[in-house]
Design a protein around this ligand. Structure first.
Ligand code: SF4
Length: 158
């Protein structure tokens, strides 16, 4: 009887530990989603760096797309199809939505950029855009987080 009780107790503890680990994984958010100053620093870097050029800052700015098209050696119309919203680095998974509570406006939505580590906007883009997104599963989001430990640090990117 005592042995059975102990086994049940052990089993119960194991399940509790598994639940606690799963919960901890769920609530860990990339630092820039929780720290506005850090997010702004990384965003400004992405705007200013010549190889990134996050934009257009004004969504009506057609000139941005002309420059992007030149950079990608294509037309502005084609360039406009490559946006954060369909970039491989753009994370809008359910768990990330919990990290970014105010995540939509009339023109689109915010997600987390795993390449440049800030909250970027689905209607913008940058010169390092890559096909394959968005990330919309918690599993992929957690894999990205495991592969990007710097996302939990409170230091802006250099
Ligand atoms: S999500 Fe993609 S396109 Fe948007 S800023 Fe990040 S790397 Fe650039």
């Amino acid at each position: 009887m005592m042995k059975l009780l102990l086994e049940n107790w052990r089993h119960y503890l194991k399940e509790e530990i598994k639940l606690a680990i799963a919960k901890a994984k769920d609530i860990i958010c990339p630092a820039p989603t929780q720290n506005l100053e850090l997010n702004t620093a990384n965003r400004d870097r992405a705007i200013q760096e010549g190889h990134i050029k996050y934009g257009p800052l004004n969504l009506e700015d057609e000139e941005y797309w002309v420059s992007a098209a030149e950079h990608w050696n294509t037309t502005p119309d084609v360039a406009q199809q490559s946006r954060c919203g369909n970039c491989v680095a753009f994370d809008i998974s359910p768990r990330m939505k919990e990290c970014i509570p105010i995540d939509t406006d009339e023109s689109g939505e915010l997600g987390y950029c795993w390449m440049h580590h800030f909250k970027c906007h689905s209607e913008r883009t940058c010169y390092t855009w890559a096909a394959g997104g968005p990330i919309d599963s918690d599993e992929q989001s957690e894999t990205n987080q495991e592969n990007n430990p710097q996302a939990l640090e409170d230091e802006p990117l250099k």
